[in-house]
Design a protein around this ligand. Sequence first.
Ligand SMILES: Cc1ncc(COP(=O)(O)O)c(C=O)c1O
Length: 385
Amino acid sequence: MFDFSKNLKKLPPYLFAAIDDKKVILRKKGVKFLDLSVGDPDISAPERVVKLLSVSAKVKENQKYASNKGKPKLRRSIKKWMKKRFQVDLNQDSQILPVLGTKEALAHLPVGLIDKGDYVIVPSPGYPGYRAAGVLAGARVYQLPLLEKNNFLPDLAKIPKLVKKRAKILYLNYPNNPTTVSAPKSFMEEAVRFCKKHKILLAWDNAYSEIYFDKKPLSILQIKGAKQVAIEFHSLSKTFCMTGFRIGWVCGNPDIVNILAKVKSNVDSGIFPAVQDAAVAALDKELPYLVNLRKTFKQRRQCLLKTLKEAGFSKFYADSTFYIWAKLPASFKSSLEFSKYLMEEEKIVATPGVGFGKYGEGFIRFALTVDKRKLTNIFKKKIPV
Ligand SMILES: Cc1ncc(COP(=O)(O)O)c(C=O)c1O
């Protein structure tokens, strides 16, 4: 009797929901497997933050509807954090909006900006939420290739004229999931210039800003003129391993903050206030946690890289984030075929590159979300190359 809308029909099943279904089948069969698919670290959120959450949940006012704008003390903490980490000055009332995780915010953004015939430009490979956001808002979606030969940075000059003319949003994400690369300042400047020239909103997803190994990633808001054309997404999910808490923020251009706030005031009723208190505690006090987190991912990265090399893989990217983006062994033609092989022959679940868009084909993504001891000797046999 009921059917999906035309827009929803355009979307494949959500990548990780489909992988989850496969995992359920394996579990039902009693198959033990190593799960390196989803970007959900096994590491606990900071202990103090969890304790504070439980205390805060008992406070009666925290059990009521929350303000859509978030608690002033949370916006203050975000302001301080952005200043300390990036030297970016923000007005906490007009340029910062706490959200229910980055995914929610980037999905609701086009609802407030897209009219019939407009385009949304999304990176490919890229986090699947961008494309879904565009499609659900009725936008036309242009997949912007991130190619290995360009170090996974897009060639903005190659975007067709019509797309440039009708595009409302350009989503970009560095440090990048899934390719792991960070963007140099020169590219960030180019992206700001491009968006200014074509009057496109630059929606910069900085969810992995703290998961780096060498050079500290920048904020797009550090780039001159960015506040006129850009907003930036941040998430406590990856930064403090608080994926289940559902909290992050959007900051930057005040008009966009206002537009998103209007959309959200019509669809949600704010963030659980106790979770907001927990976020304040994380942002204000948990810098040492972050230092340890990076150390842990670095060790895991070393272990898995060694294991992959020994198994016969020859090309990988592992610059930042907690992923390894590995080129398929030459004997495999598609990432789906290879992920099936890994699951069936090696009992390893990894994410096929094509799941991140057509330009992700030829790669597979491993997430460093299990302990380093589990990352050695994971292959029973040499991968056919
Ligand atoms: C690039 C990117 N952006 C956003 C998200 C969503 O994060 P959140 O938990 O804040 O919704 C993810 C999650 O994997 C991601 O990889």
